[in-house]
Design a protein around this ligand. Structure first.
Ligand code: DGL
Length: 274
């Protein structure tokens, strides 16, 4: 098979990266996709950077063994902890992370340069967003907050209702209280969070834009493929994404449907061991 006809590999710790896959499939409908959710090891966001790096390298290896032409790290935690290691190990492939496109989308959306980032504990602790935004806009004021409970809510398929509202108020009220100098952008620095965006927008009101990186990730991937002559030949029929999970395929299908935006049956998801 010629390289341009190969699939694109995408991975996350669980169903969160399906928010990215959805944007990728919309932007690049001719491409074929293999998605891996490392549900056996989820969450990544509470683990050390060393552990996340080990998990990410193994998840990527499994995708690379299946023959892919590009890799999308649809997980902020893995992008923050492992992107250089992934790029070194898989130097023959374009490896696209979500942190830089997310930072660029936040900078573009902010009028005041005051940007709030919510992410997992590991992403916040590593400071990747603070660095990525400062590289684009050195005078930006960036605050970041770990909202790990949002990962659990999203994995449970709880994307609205009292529990989500209570968690959103608990995390965000202090930041956005009454201060006129509050951030004008809330960047969703975790791929599990876009399904919570309607509730977050409801809690924050119209003075704050809730920004999700997935469209920017799709543009970055598109550019990388075009530069290397790796875009699927036009007219090439992209097949339905192949979905892999390392545990709980029925659960993955049930909850993943919300993230992907269409129904999924358990037989659409294959169990793999890493
Ligand atoms: N979806 C992942 C992220 O973007 C991580 C969630 C987790 O496993 O803690 O950071």
């Amino acid at each position: 098979m010629n390289a341009a006809s190969q699939a694109i590999g995408v991975f996350d710790s669980g169903v969160g990266g399906l928010t990215v896959l959805r944007a990728l499939v919309t932007a690049l409908p001719d491409e074929s996709w293999i998605y891996l959710g490392d549900t056996a090891r989820l969450p990544y966001g509470t683990k050390s950077a060393t552990t996340v790096q080990r998990y990410a390298l193994r998840a990527a290896e499994v995708l690379v063994e299946r023959g892919i032409k590009a890799l999308v790290v649809a997980c902020n935690t893995a992008s923050a902890a492992a992107l250089p290691a992934l790029r070194e190990r898989f130097a023959h492939l374009p490896v696209i992370g979500v942190v830089e496109p997310g930072a660029a989308a936040a900078v573009a959306a902010s009028r005041t340069g005051r940007i709030a980032v919510i992410a997992t504990e590991s992403t916040v602790a590593g400071g990747a967003y603070v660095r990525a935004i400062a590289a684009l806009q050195p005078d930006a004021q960036v605050q970041s907050l770990a909202c790990q409970v949002f990962v659990a809510l999203a994995e449970e398929g709880w994307i609205e209702g009292e529990a989500v509202l209570a968690a959103a108020h608990r995390y965000l009220d202090g930041w956005f209280a009454t201060d006129a100098a509050h951030p004008d952008v809330l960047l969703l620095g975790c791929t599990h969070f876009p399904v919570l965006a309607p509730v977050l927008s409801q809690v924050l009101g119209p003075r704050v834009s809730v920004v999700d990186a997935s469209a920017a990730v799709a543009q970055t991937l598109c550019r990388a493929l075009a530069e290397r002559g790796l875009l699927a030949p036009s007219g090439h029929q992209g097949s339905a994404p192949l979905l892999l999970a390392t545990d709980g395929v029925a659960r993955f299908a049930r909850v993943g449907a919300t993230f992907l935006g269409h129904a999924l049956a358990a037989e659409h998801v294959q169990l793999v061991d890493l």
